[in-house]
Design a protein around this ligand. Structure first.
Ligand SMILES: Nc1nc2c(ncn2[C@@H]2O[C@H](COP(=O)(O)OP(=O)(O)OP(=O)(O)O)[C@@H](O)[C@H]2O)c(=O)[nH]1
Length: 442
């Protein structure tokens, strides 16, 4: 995401970074370039103009031209202004109240149902909440079904009233049910509507008035560009929502909506959706997003993502096995699964500073682990726990079973052996002499 914008901005700053050639003229030129880049990324015209005007004023105020590193100072000013444009500080979602009630709004297909599931999952796992999901789309039976499937997947109950066509009643009944069952968070998914559909706009307003939610989140597909900003405005006029959720930021979006929405509706962006999986949800941090736009990477989010998925118990168990030299193919595959849980590989790699641009045209296959998994799953349980018994004929059988080649199987087993040796050495590192002997033997 934002690739075009970060490329363009980087190019605009290049002139400024060149030594000794900075003049008032090329600062002005750069800012013109910045504005053009913003407009091309689908940022609202007024927002882009206001942005460059502010940057200019700040640059003059700080006497950029006579500073030691004018180029870097300009980048910093633009970075800080980008963060301010997107709201400055991260704003948390309100979950006080028992039950706390969160109402979803947004256009058809914006990703409301998927986000409702992701939010319930996050609240359950990270905030120790007991959420209840409510299927408030009375028009599309498939939408109710979709929510039920998600609920099952993340193990969160879903309240439905098939046959009842009154979403206000459904929402009220769901809240009663939540009180009875001790659910302290109610997430109400509603029917996707077109802003111009008066009846449907009245309906969601009626739900709001009846249940008085702590949060009304406006879910918007970031790929819709300028339209997203207009729709946000219409929904905000009617509902006075409390926050914005940008979905599909993993897609081929130009990102302008993210930059404009905050200014246009003056409501914070609270979450961003970055994929179809239930884990693909990030709390929105303006400064980190500014880093990303300027190609500085987002290492903090990457570390957080790793920590979230890191299973301490599992790590302890593994450590013990490694120490006893019992690390086997079952552990190997469980490690792969942990990495996969962190999300899309290309997206993860692009959070590393400097890597985003380098890999933007590269095809990083999310199925990179597929053949490894196929090979391991084609082993018998005995082979997985005792890799030593993998002789030639067993390897051939595994290759056939997994639809790979004997070379691939050999390569994997070799890699596995090396990993095991390395692990063993690291655990012996407390005894350097033994470790050195180990290295010499290799
Ligand atoms: N790549 C990507 N796809 C997403 C994301 N969020 C949702 N989707 C996909 O977008 C499509 C629409 O999402 P839904 O959650 O069904 O949208 P909705 O707003 O509930 O749609 P209606 O039920 O028609 O109102 C689905 O195929 C989702 O898998 C995201 O962050 N990234």
């Amino acid at each position: 995401m934002f690739e075009n914008l970060s490329d363009r901005l980087e190019r605009s700053f290049k002139i400024l970074k060149g030594e000794g050639k900075i003049t008032e003229i090329n600062v002005a030129e750069t800012l013109k370039d910045v504005r053009r880049a913003l407009l091309d990324a689908d940022v609202n015209y007024k927002v882009a103009k206001q942005f460059t005007d502010t940057v200019k004023a700040k640059a003059l105020g700080m006497d950029v031209l006579t500073s030691v590193k004018p180029g870097q100072l300009m980048v910093k000013i633009v970075h800080d202004e980008l963060a301010t444009l997107m709201g400055g500080e991260a704003v948390d979602v309100q979950i006080s109240g028992n039950p706390a009630i969160i109402l979803m709004s947004g256009l058809q297909g914006s990703g409301k149902t998927t986000f409702s599931g992701k939010l319930a999952n996050l609240m359950k796992n990270k905030r120790s909440k007991k959420p209840l999901l409510v299927a408030g789309d009375v028009y599309r039976p498939a939408a109710i079904e979709q929510l039920k499937v998600l609920g099952e997947q993340i193990q969160v109950p879903v309240y439905t009233e098939e046959g009842n066509k009154n979403p206000v009643q459904i929402a009220q009944n769901a809240i009663k049910q939540a009180r009875q069952d001790g659910n302290d968070l109610v997430i109400i998914d509603t029917a996707g509507r077109l802003a111009i559909d008066e009846q449907m706009m009245q309906e969601i307003k009626a739900i709001k008035d009846a249940v008085n939610p702590q949060e009304i989140l406006f879910v918007v597909d970031s790929m819709t560009g300028q339209d997203a900003v207009n729709t946000a405005k219409e929904f905000n006029d009617r509902l006075d929502f409390t926050g914005v959720v940008l979905t599909k930021l993993d897609g081929d979006t130009r990102g302008g909506a993210a930059l404009s929405i905050r200014t246009v509706v003056n409501k914070p962006i609270k979450f961003v959706g970055t994929g179809e999986k239930m884990e693909a949800l990030d709390v929105f941090h303006p400064a980190r997003m500014a880093d990303r736009i300027l190609g500085m990477g987002d290492i903090v989010s990457l570390v957080e993502r790793a920590q979230e998925q890191y299973d301490e118990e599992e790590a302890k168990r593994l450590q013990k096995k490694i120490a006893k030299n019992q690390f086997d193919f079952n552990d190997f595959i469980s490690q792969i699964q942990q990495i996969k849980k962190m999300g899309n590989l290309k997206e993860l790699a692009s959070m590393i500073p400097g890597v985003g641009k380098a890999i933007k045209d590269m095809d990083i296959d999310d199925n990179a682990f597929k053949s490894i998994e196929a090979i391991i799953y084609s082993m018998t349980p005995k082979e997985r726990t005792n890799p030593e018994i993998l002789n030639g004929s067993r390897r051939q059988r595994i290759a056939t079973g997994s639809g790979t080649s004997i070379q691939e199987v050999n390569r994997l087993i070799k890699q596995f052996d090396e990993t095991r040796k390395m692990m063993r050495m690291v655990t012996q590192a407390k005894n350097p002499a033994r470790m050195m002997r180990g290295i010499k033997r290799r």
